[in-house]
Design a protein. Structure first.
Lengths: 306, 307, 398
């Protein structure tokens, strides 16, 4: 087990974490600020991937596809907010979970009708293919791009939420909705914008994931549950929590997959390690979450007012 | 009076169904309705904590799965005694519920939803990983549970057993809810601070309700593997938990008739829509959204006043 | 022993006769109903679509008359759930009075449904799932397969690796039953050294950690079984990691006609083992592939080919009994002859009602004739007249 291997696996964990962060950021924003549990966040992630690939292939330009993915999910997100979620603000989480569960079924099947059940082919432009060599390892360029984009988004979100007027309104709206609207701010409009923004983040995650994961109906659910684990560990409503939670989940999951089996082989018979390691590895992030919640029932970074 | 009318009509109709089905050669409906009643038991148990206790458990399928595994694993080792199998299913699920509940009920809101989901996912992956019991493939049961006097391999006898158990579960939940215990449970749902102020700690009451619901869910799981003659971790998939929640809310949560009506309605709807188009989810999805938004009190609201 | 089993068989047939509905029997004589269960909805519905399109093509080729009789096909969606599969089967048997049952993609659904169908005295023609118990101890006179046993395809691949003197193998598969079956299959025939045997989470998305570990180990060859979306992910990430040209990747049920459209160039050069390929030199297959591409605009998969054969098998049996659907024993006898133009060429049924057939090594190559631009081509025949490893556990009288 060389140092370079451990470093590369750490990097893999960070990359997975960043991917989860992009999805979790939008989720935690919507949940923390609007107090809406949106299971259909995974559907927006899927829609982002489909839009980006379709427009990218039609126009021959990867960047145009990216723009279409972002704009498309922004639009779909705002429509979903206007048509469905508006009716759910005053409802409890149960109604929200169920209504957005219904939306998942709808979007998955709609995508299957429009694009078919075939997995879609996604191609990277040549300038994003290939590998980078550094610190004794060879790493796929696109995965480095994902890490950079994710970190850029984190910085941008921090800036918007803490340093801009929009961010101030968002924070104010989260802690006291009535007061903000009494001050003459159109809170409904604000919510629609925030939701659209969260949707576009999901779309961004989806269109990047589309290059390494399978693009097919239902692609959002696999990663959605993990994103929920992330925000629950991090503390709902906290961007910082989402980032830390995502990195923890990404690194723990990756390192368990990479090193649990060799470690267990030291303690158990090879046969037992063969059986136990994948079982433990697949349950580990849930165990982690149960542990965090048992110790800190509101996550690692409880957001104020959330 | 109207409330009891529903149960009288339901019991009579369900009791008469096998007679009609056999007379007209439509024996298939005995299987179909039996399956609906089994899911109705699952929904009834969920309704106790969801509808009356206000605990939004997104992992109720875990208890159906635990009950199923109890029966399936005993059958795997050649133990078919029904009392032992079903007893293990009920007791085992109660134990699992005790553990999950003890950790989860400390949290609330979205955290509770997610931690119950996380526990059921853990059990799901555990089921997939145990090669001994078929892993993801599951295992076929060599025989159904065996009881003295009653023969579950007989479609009609099994049907009446399920019917009786469904009515019993509904009655038990009804009695619990209207007992002193149930009052505290409901009070904690509507106003936790006030409940604490008058000297009750909701934690113990919620945990007890959670364990009862888990045990009842285990019974539904034991029935389900007998229904399919097959054990699979798929019974614990998170979408199953979602379906159970839907049955409760579609029928009307916090009502005694709700879960039964909801289970029947959802399964019939699925069956009818699936017969129309392979894309039936594109219709079912929006129907679910609409029912949540506009049909707050559920279908049972038609039959009974809010209690 | 033998006598008792013959008795059991006679019992099964007698049960069939008793089950047949007397009043409407005459009216039904002119028409047969076939229930076809597969997964049509949800993310897994793609395989179901391949199967259904192939069944429809088989009906076209038979002028919509299976066995010369007016035919009604009823499709059922198991939603990838065993209990729904059982319910759909019950519905078809008791409400729609189907004469035959066919289809089913997943082993778990198959294991749950087969006893329901055979218990009702009807014949089940499995057109994909290859659960080992059904080939061995749980074989049944009324259950036929037009596909294979799970272990056979990886056995072919293992044999190829042994023959080509690949002395080191790194194995990856998802952690579930079929994954373990596939690995057991490859180990049965692969004689070289297995440097690692790693199971990953079911439905895992990201394989970068596994690929990194694999590259650090630098094995001579890699074997994977990643069906559906997992396969698209793994093969693509393997390609992106730049390993495609450095460590050859061998797979089963990973790169096929359902995943090639999503993989495109990442599939080129991929080795797979199979019992059939769209380019196999068999007239029935050539007609099937050409007509399929013309009708649907995409290349049929093995899932489709097996389903096409399932209908043709039923057709051959009905022709042998001159359209008599009630004589189950005669139908079973006729089916055992497999007297039809199979897409895999002529084959015989083994004593467990599973085909004795050849297996090939295939390679994905650029193919201008295919609508996808890429097609699987046979490199060589690896196993001849291959029997599965379980048939000796099947005590069925012939």
């Amino acid at each position: 087990m060389s140092a370079a291997l451990v470093f590369e696996q750490m990097l893999n964990g960070v990359q997975l974490g960043v991917m989860l962060f992009l999805l979790a950021a939008g989720l935690t924003l919507v949940l923390g600020i609007m107090n809406i549990v949106n299971l259909a966040h995974g559907s927006l992630y899927m829609i982002g991937a489909y839009f980006a690939i379709t427009v990218g292939q039609w126009s021959g330009s990867f960047l145009l596809g990216v723009l279409a993915g972002l704009a498309g999910t922004l639009l779909v997100g705002m429509v979903v907010e206007l048509v469905v979620l508006r009716a759910l603000y005053d409802r409890d989480h149960l109604d929200q979970v169920l209504a957005t569960f219904g939306l998942i079924l709808f979007f998955n099947e709609l995508v299957a009708i429009l694009w078919g059940r075939f997995a879609l082919f996604a191609s990277l432009p040549t300038y994003l293919q290939g590998h980078v060599e550094f610190a004794g390892i060879i790493y796929p360029l696109f995965r480095l791009v994902i890490i950079l984009v994710g970190l850029a988004v984190a910085v941008l979100l921090w800036y918007v939420v803490t340093r801009t007027r929009l961010g101030m309104l968002i924070r104010a709206g989260a802690s006291n909705r009535t007061m903000v609207s009494a001050l003459g701010i159109n809170i409904r409009m604000l919510y629609t914008v925030v939701f659209g923004f969260g949707a576009a983040l999901a779309g961004l995650a989806g269109l990047m994931a589309g290059q390494i994961y399978t693009v097919q109906p239902g692609m959002g659910e696999m990663i959605l549950i993990q994103a929920f684990v992330v925000i629950v560990i991090g503390g709902i409503g906290s961007i910082r929590g989402a980032l830390v939670g995502a990195l923890i989940v990404g690194v723990v999951d990756t390192l368990a997959r990479a090193f649990l089996k060799p470690l267990l082989t030291l303690a158990l018979t090879p046969g037992a390690a063969d059986t136990a390691s994948p079982a433990i590895a697949s349950m580990l992030i849930y165990l982690l979450m149960a542990l965090v919640l048992a110790l800190r029932p509101a996550g690692l970074f409880p957001a104020r007012g959330g | 009076m109207r409330r009891y009318l529903f149960w009288v009509v339901l019991t009579l109709a369900l009791a008469a169904l096998p007679v009609w089905a056999q007379a007209t050669g439509n024996t298939f409906y005995i299987e179909l309705v039996r399956r609906m009643m089994i899911f109705a038991i699952g929904a009834i148990s969920l309704n106790l904590i969801l509808g009356y206790g206000g605990l939004v458990s997104f992992g109720h399928a875990a208890f159906l799965g635990t009950g199923g595994y109890a029966v399936g694993v005993l059958a795997f080792y050649g133990i078919f005694d029904g009392w032992l199998q079903w007893g293990t299913a009920i007791f085992g699920s109660a134990l699992v519920a005790l553990f999950i509940g003890a950790v989860s009920i400390r949290t609330s809101g979205i955290y509770f939803i997610m931690i119950t989901l996380a526990f059921s996912q853990m059990l799901y992956y555990l089921g997939i990983s145990i090669e001994e019991y078929g892993g993801d493939d599951g295992i076929r049961l060599k025989a159904r549970s065996q009881f003295p006097l009653v023969d579950l391999t007989d479609a009609v006898q099994f049907y009446y057993v399920v019917l009786a158990l469904m009515l019993a579960c509904a009655l038990i939940v009804h009695r619990i809810v209207h007992s002193r215990f149930g009052m505290v449970l409901r009070a904690a749902k509507s106003n936790e601070a006030r409940t604490r102020a008058i000297g009750f700690s909701p934690y113990a009451y919620r945990l007890a309700a959670f364990v009862i619901a888990g045990a009842m869910g285990g019974l539904a799981g034991a029935l389900l593997v007998n229904q399919t003659n097959y054990l699979t971790p798929e019974f614990m998939n998170w979408t199953r938990s979602g379906e159970l929640m839907f049955m409760v809310i579609l029928g009307g949560m916090g009502t005694s008739a709700g879960p039964v009506v909801g289970a029947f309605a959802l399964l019939i709807l699925e069956d009818v829509l699936a017969g129309m188009t392979e894309y039936f989810l594109v219709i079912l999805g929006p129907l679910l959204v609409l029912s949540v938004i506009f049909f707050r009190r559920g279908l049972a609201g038609i039959f009974s006043r809010h209690d | 022993m033998h006598k008792a089993l013959k008795f059991a068989f006679a019992g099964a047939v007698a049960a069939t006769l008793a089950f047949a509905l007397p009043p409407s029997a005459e009216a039904q004589q002119q028409k047969i109903r076939i229930g076809f269960i597969t997964t049509l909805s949800g993310p897994q519905g793609i395989i179901g679509r391949h199967m259904r399109d192939s069944v429809e093509l088989a009906l076209d080729h038979l002028n919509r008359r299976v066995g010369g009789l007016e035919t009604e096909i009823i499709y059922g969606d198991d939603q990838f759930k065993p209990d729904v599969g059982v319910q759909v089967a019950e519905q078809m048997l008791r409400r729609d009075n189907v004469d035959f049952m066919a289809g089913i993609i997943w082993s778990n659904v198959m294991m749950a449904v087969v006893p329901v169908v055979t218990g009702a005295g009807k014949i089940m023609v499995g057109t994909n799932a290859g659960a080992s118990p059904l080939a061995g101890s749980q074989c049944h006179p009324l259950y036929f397969s037009t596909s294979w046993n799970n272990d056979q395809t990886p056995e072919a691949l293992g044999q190829f690796l042994t023959d080509s003197k690949v002395d080191e193998l790194y194995i990856l598969a998802p952690n579930y039953q079929a994954g373990k079956d596939m690995v057991a299959g490859v180990k049965r025939t692969y004689k070289g050294k297995i440097v690692e045997e790693l199971y990953t989470k079911m439905g895992q998305l990201d394989y970068q950690a596994e690929i990194t570990a694999l590259r650090a180990r630098n094995p001579k060859a890699v074997f994977v079984f990643y069906p559906g979306g997992m396969g698209v992910q793994f093969v693509r990430q393997y390609h992106q990691a730049g390993l495609r040209d450095r460590i050859p990747l061998y797979s089963v049920f990973t790169v096929d006609e359902t995943t090639i459209p999503a993989l495109k160039d990442a599939a080129i050069g991929q080795y797979e083992a199979r019992f059939w390929s769209p380019d196999i030199d068999v007239p029935a297959s050539k007609k099937f592939v050409a007509d399929f591409r013309k009708k649907y605009g995409y290349t049929p998969s093995l899932y489709g080919a097996q389903s096409y054969d399932g209908i043709m098998l039923i057709d051959s049996a009905l022709r042998a009994t001159k359209g008599n659907v009630k004589d189950t024993k005669a139908l079973v006898m006729a089916m055992r002859k497999a007297n039809f133009d199979s897409i895999r060429g002529p084959f015989k049924y083994n004593v467990n009602h599973h085909p004795i057939q050849h297996f090939y090594l295939l390679r994905a190559e650029k193919g201008p004739a295919a609508p996808e631009g890429i097609e699987m081509r046979i490199v060589k025949r690896v196993l001849e007249n291959h029997r599965d490893a379980y048939y000796q556990d099947c005590k069925m009288p012939w």
